[in-house]
Structures are given as C-alpha cells and as structure tokens.
Design a protein around this ligand. Structure first.
Ligand SMILES: CC(C)(COP(=O)(O)OP(=O)(O)OC[C@H]1O[C@@H](n2cnc3c(N)ncnc32)[C@H](O)[C@@H]1OP(=O)(O)O)[C@@H](O)C(=O)NCCC(=O)NCCS
Length: 176
C-alpha cells in the first residue's frame, strides 16, 4: 500500500470535514457506476445526508466506520454493521467498501479489508457477511481477501443507471 496512506476508525463525534470527504468518495463511486445502494444522479448533499446517518450509527455503537487517508484526505472507507439480532451476537455485516477512483489500484481496498477484520475481532464479531456484484472490483477484492462465495441472487439490485445486477453473497470466518 502507498506509504502516505493511513487507515483508522472514526470515533463519534465525526467532524463535519470528514463527513464531507466521505460523501465525496461515495459520490465518485456512484458516478463511476458502482452498485452501492444509490441511483444516479447522486449529489454531494445526498452523500452527506447518508454519512450523517452513518455518523449517528457510529455514535450509538451500531456501526464501525473506517477511513483511509492519503496525505491527510479521505479517499477510502468501509463500515462494519453491528446492528444484528440478539441471536447473532458473533456476526457483523461488511458495508460500503469505497475507494475514490483516483486512489484505486494501490492496495487501499485490501488495507481497509485487513483493518476491518481487526475491528471485528476486537468486538467479538468473528463471522462477517457481505454482498457484492459478481465480476466487479469488489468481487475480486473479497476473493483475494479469503472470503467464501455462498451463491448468486439474480437481479438483486440496480446499477446507478437503472440496469439490473446480480449479487453474490460472501462470508468469512475470522480466527478468534
Ligand atoms: C472495490 C474497491 C473498493 C477496490 O479498491 P482498491 O483500493 O482499488 O483495491 P486494491 O487496490 O486493494 O485492489 C484493486 C486492484 O489493484 C491491484 N493492486 C493492489 N495493490 C497494488 C499495487 N501496489 N500495485 C499494483 N496493483 C495493485 C489489486 O491486485 C487489484 O487488482 P484487480 O483490479 O485485478 O482485482 C474499489 O474498486 C471501489 O471503490 N469500487 C467501487 C465501489 C464498490 O463497488 N465497492 C464494493 C461494493 S460491495
């Protein structure tokens, strides 16, 4: 990974400047055609609204939010959703793995994956689950990081331009 990259968990209260930078990363990913819950057109205000809700989840202990900073500016992020039902206290959901297009291909995604595992284990969450579009960048990242693909659900979601896309469900059991 690039020497200028720092990955850390953002604690509540998350500064406004960080929320603005996180929103810019999300907007860039949606603009780039990533299927990450949102449709085009997706504005900076939309992104900010989304990350304000994430900040609330961090404050309530329902989410862990990592930021990857390159030369002090956030260029990547990922979340761990801890809001599982009472019968799944050992599990967490990996969400919104995002790296700005200008920073991709330097191992930042891999670095975020490694650090989120550390955060999961720290909280006693040793089974992680995610879903992603088969064949896209994230799909290869998760395979490289040792996740197991359970199967594919056809026509699960939409790309930002409205085309249907499949989803692949992945899991990873972490060493305790
Ligand atoms: C998925 C995503 C987070 C990956 O981020 P990234 O920082 O580019 O990830 P990495 O750099 O670890 O890996 C990307 C590629 O660079 C390669 N790479 C990693 N470090 C490298 C280095 N130092 N030199 C050259 N290549 C490198 C990897 O092998 C990988 O190759 P691949 O494209 O053939 O699979 C990013 O593409 C993204 O944000 N996509 C849009 C959002 C999205 O779809 N997220 C997933 C939702 S489930």
């Amino acid at each position: 990974m690039n020497g200028g990259v720092e990955i850390s968990a953002l604690d509540a209260p998350i500064p406004e400047a960080a929320l603005v930078q996180l929103a810019a990363v999300l907007v860039d990913c949606v603009d780039g055609g990533a299927s990450v819950s949102f449709m085009a057109p997706f504005s900076q205000a939309d992104g900010l609204g989304y990350f304000r809700k994430v900040a609330d989840a961090v404050a309530s202990g329902e989410a862990v939010l990592l930021a990857a900073k390159l030369d002090g500016k956030i260029v990547g992020t990922v979340q761990l959703g801890l809001d599982t039902p009472p019968n799944q206290p050992h599990r967490a959901d990996l969400k919104k793995m995002l790296v700005h297009r200008s920073a991709r291909g330097h191992g930042i995604g891999a670095g975020l994956m490694a650090q989120i595992e550390v955060e999961a284990i720290r909280r006693g969450r040793w089974l992680l689950v995610l879903d992603t579009v088969p064949g896209e960048n994230g799909y290869r990242l998760y395979k490289r990081a040792g996740w197991t693909e359970s199967g594919i659900i056809p026509n699960y979601a939409l790309f930002p331009d409205g085309r249907l896309c499949d989803t692949a469900v992945f899991w990873k059991r972490l060493d305790r």
